[in-house]
Write a new protein. Structure first.
Length: 201
């Protein structure tokens, strides 16, 4: 597989020009990918998207890859657009526009991670997990990974460091009990010291 030189290239290469409307039977068979960087969906934002889809439909097709059929039933795995898929289900749609592209595991991972990493509302912890996944899967050092993603290497290093937070610290950060600056300081400490610091707060 040739490696894209930029996120834009990766996404353009992942989605063909024409989309297809998948029927209700295919929508229910679509499987969210376990590789998805985004692990949580804001309920209020999802409700707003559902209301919008009820009025105007799904304006941007999702990206899926075909899986092995189950009998005569087509099956697809979402690569990009899980939030639109969830909202479309809640809106009661019978079909959804989708780009369908055969992708192997490595290509699917690249397309999904890069697409999700450039969402504005992605939580820093999810961003950190995505950077780490690309770092490990592609065996790229920080400088090479930063160049590929068009990110500053120092920004990337700080995000990667968040992966050293203990679970309790991650929970506090997600809940807003600590700020990003505090999380960055905590992740430099050994796990047992992180526990002590959190207990003293």
């Amino acid at each position: 597989m040739s490696k894209p030189s930029s996120p834009k290239t990766a996404l353009n290469g992942a989605a063909p020009g024409a989309s297809r409307l998948l029927p209700l039977s295919a929508i229910t068979a679509i499987t969210p990918s376990p590789q998805n960087v985004r692990q949580s969906f804001d309920a209020d934002a999802l409700a707003e998207l559902t209301a919008s889809i009820k009025k105007v439909g799904v304006l941007q097709p999702i990206l899926v890859r075909p899986l092995e059929p189950k009998g005569k039933q087509e099956r697809f795995q979402i690569i990009a657009g899980e939030r639109r898929w969830r909202a479309a289900q809640q809106a009661g749609l019978k079909e959804i526009p989708a780009y369908i592209k055969p992708l192997n595991e490595a290509e699917a991972l690249d397309a999904q991670l890069i697409e999700n990493l450039f969402r504005e509302n992605l939580h820093p912890l999810e961003e950190a997990a995505g950077f780490l996944r690309l770092h490990e899967e592609r065996q790229l050092n920080i400088r090479a990974l930063a160049a590929r993603l068009g990110k500053d290497a120092r920004y990337l290093a700080r995000r990667l460091a968040l992966n050293h937070l203990i679970p309790d610290a991650c929970a506090d950060y997600r809940a807003g009990r600590i700020e990003l600056a505090h999380a960055l300081e905590l992740c430099r400490l050994a796990p047992e010291i992180q526990h002590e610091v959190l207990a003293a707060c």
